[in-house]
Design a protein around this ligand. Structure first.
Ligand SMILES: C[S@@+](CC[C@H](N)C(=O)[O-])C[C@H]1O[C@@H](n2cnc3c(N)ncnc32)[C@H](O)[C@@H]1O
Length: 371
């Protein structure tokens, strides 16, 4: 049966959920997209509200009463609340964290709405760590008391053959008597009720080069990792922080891109070594200020170039950041997604780092709404 869903997008950011819904094969309309962030909303409007209605509601979700949400009589709620209360590197204060407040408010809204206006379907996305939080406990008891069936998952895009790790918690809920079909064929590492993650590379994983753009000289310069950055931190830094984050065009993996990518050099997402011929691990484990780097170098030409200063030695690796377009492609945003020109590079990375894997959510929405 073809249904026209009435969709609310909470914490809409740059619209990852909107794209995922559009790509899910289901039909319907985003009635409103709630986010407090000016810049994110500007990007959202730029991509979705060019001609039509402006669906962006620039308000603090906490400040909106249940009668307001109820008035939409939406069939589907898509929610990607802030993750800071649950990140494993944070304080993990869960419900006690100020930033969890708006999501707790959304749960209260759900509990107070007229039954006929309650959504039939919900999807929640968050970081790994949410599954053990007090907020997740509150969410499950609210859903259970309101007669929703639910399933929970921990999924990384790498499981779908996308060369990127972004392990995230997902919860899908449907109002009873609707039930979930027992299996989700496209995603085989899905576990009902007890989130569990089995890292297992898909046999069809794409390569990083499938997502790379051709950069002209000035763009190449803009994204190049400057030698002074590497040299400033020194050899130890390179060994401990860089190697695990360096990928090549032929690689079939990359680390999760976070909102601090580009701003900080270390551990915020992968960087690319465009020179395929050099073994990164061997390179960084040799004394890069001398010609011993030659041991790590495959071709005779590169050996000759590599022997001088630390700076020029690093240069032969041809290290660069992923561009925002490459990151958006890896996340599954469509090609026509773009930023208004004046949005700075740092803001672009920040917004993308806060966003979602459109490809994973697309499949989950398809599964959730299949009847
Ligand atoms: C994890 S991001 C979601 C990103 C989004 N799904 C996307 O594709 O870009 C969380 C978003 O929630 C917004 N936010 C946080 N607290 C909020 C609140 N109380 N009311 C409205 N929006 C809020 C932030 O501005 C941020 O854009």
């Amino acid at each position: 049966m073809v249904r026209n869903h009435r969709v609310l997008e909470f914490y809409s950011g740059i619209g990852g959920m909107h794209y995922a819904f559009k790509a899910s094969g289901h039909t319907g309309e985003i009635l409103a997209a709630f986010d407090i962030n000016n810049t994110a909303n500007e990007v959202y409007r730029y991509n979705f509200c060019k001609e039509g209605r402006d669906v962006v509601v620039q308000r603090n979700i906490d400040s909106l009463p249940y009668t307001y949400f109820s008035s939409f009589a939406a069939t589907l709620w898509l929610l990607s609340p802030p993750c800071q209360p649950y990140t494993r590197t944070g304080l993990q204060k869960g419900c006690a964290d100020e930033r969890a407040k708006s999501f707790l408010h959304v749960m209260d809204v759900l509990g107070n709405m007229e039954r006929e206006n309650m959504p039939e379907f919900l999807l929640v996305e968050n970081v790994r760590g949410f599954e053990t939080s007090s907020t997740r406990g509150a969410l499950i008891s609210r859903l259970t008391s309101l007669n929703y069936a639910y399933q929970e998952f921990l999924i990384s895009p790498i499981q779908l053959g996308i060369p990127n790790s972004r392990l995230r918690y997902y919860l899908l809920a449907k109002k009873l008597p609707r039930a979930f079909s027992p299996a989700l064929p496209a995603i085989d590492q899905v576990h009902n009720h007890i989130p569990r993650y089995i890292p297992e590379r898909s046999s069809h994983t794409k390569q990083i080069k499938d997502y790379l753009e051709k950069l002209d000289a000035s763009e190449g310069e803009k994204y190049r990792i400057k030698e002074k950055t590497l040299v400033k931190y020194g050899q130890l830094f390179a060994v401990y922080f860089f190697i695990k984050d360096v990928v090549k065009p032929s690689s079939q993996q990359s680390c999760c891109f976070t909102k601090g990518y580009y701003h900080y050099v270390e551990a915020r997402g992968s960087i690319i070594q465009m020179n395929e011929d050099i073994d990164t691990t061997a390179f960084f484990s040799t004394d890069t200020t001398t010609s011993t780097v030659a041991a790590a170098t495959v071709g005779a030409d590169t050996v000759a170039t590599s022997a001088s200063t630390a700076a020029s030695t690093y240069a032969i690796l041809n290290l660069r950041y992923f561009t925002p377009s490459e990151i958006s492609a890896i996340l599954g945003f469509p090609r026509d997604f773009s930023f208004p020109e004046h949005i700075s590079l740092k803001q672009r990375y920040r917004l993308l780092g806060n966003s979602i894997s459109v490809e994973v959510v697309k499949r989950l929405i398809a599964y959730l709404l299949d009847e």
